[in-house]
Design a protein around this ligand. Structure first.
Ligand SMILES: O=C[C@H](O)COP(=O)(O)O
Length: 242
């Protein structure tokens, strides 16, 4: 069965003090309704240890924003899967367009990171999506299918979340039309060997569009950037109408 996964990606925002302040506001706003909805906060590395203790026993799970493909070694500035797993991290964002655009992430390194995450029992959230230029050129499907084909080699689809993030919709307020996001996510699903992989939409998700996005039958959750930084706004997104 497909699970609903709502994940906040804090990117390079929030010190430890700010992350604790967020939690104070956020936890009190969360609906108590127990359902199958998974809630994840993907925080900067420096926040993870503290958040792990603070979130212990709560329904909010912890995610990281990167993982290296080797288990140990001389890789200055990188983080190993075992280091994340040891402190209670359950999810990790892999292949975000900001990593691909600014840090030289390729489909080959994305694939290595996905497999490393799974080796350490972490659930990777694989991000795929097209640029505006690629969309305008009618290349959306080809770009995404190419990413999936390369990124998913040897990846266990029983332990995977995918986020469809059209790059032109990230941080722009220019949300992808929900029916179009639904269409693309349906096409992504057709390329998978496990039809139960949860596929999120990401790109300018806000409290005022989450209900419409989640009403789409193919969309299993959201990867939320800017709106996950504010406790009330992220709680409203998590508490969206079923
Ligand atoms: O990882 C999250 C996405 O990049 C979306 O960011 P955004 O909600 O600020 O557009």
């Amino acid at each position: 069965m497909r699970k609903i996964v709502i994940a906040g990606n804090w990117k390079m925002y929030k010190t430890q003090a700010e992350s604790l302040e967020f939690l104070q506001g956020f936890m009190s706003e969360l609906d108590a309704t127990p359902d199958e909805r998974e809630v994840v906060v993907c925080a900067p590395f420096t926040d993870l240890g503290l958040l792990s203790k603070s979130l212990h026993g709560s329904r909010v799970q912890l995610g990281a924003q990167n993982v290296h493909w080797e288990d140990v070694g001389a890789y200055t500035g990188e983080i190993a899967g075992a280091m994340l797993a040891e402190i209670g991290v359950r999810f990790v964002v892999v292949g975000h367009s900001e990593r691909r655009q600014y840090f030289g992430e390729t489909d080959e390194t994305v694939n290595l990171r996905l497999r490393a995450a799974q080796r350490h029992g972490l659930t990777p959230i694989l991000c795929v999506g097209e640029t505006k230029q690629q969309r305008d050129a009618g290349e959306t499907e080809a770009v995404i299918f190419n990413q999936l084909a390369k990124d998913l080699i040897g990846v266990d689809q029983q332990n995977l979340v995918i986020a469809y993030e059209p790059i032109w919709a990230i941080g722009t307020g220019d949300t992808c039309d929900s029916a179009e996001a639904n269409r693309v996510i349906g096409l992504i699903r057709q390329k998978l060997t496990n039809a139960n992989v949860s596929i999120q939409y990401g790109g300018s998700v806000k409290p005022d569009n989450i209900d419409e996005i989640m009403a789409q039958p193919e969309i299993d959750g959201a990867l939320v950037g800017g709106a996950s930084l504010d406790p009330k706004s992220f709680a409203r997104i998590v508490n969206h109408q079923a």
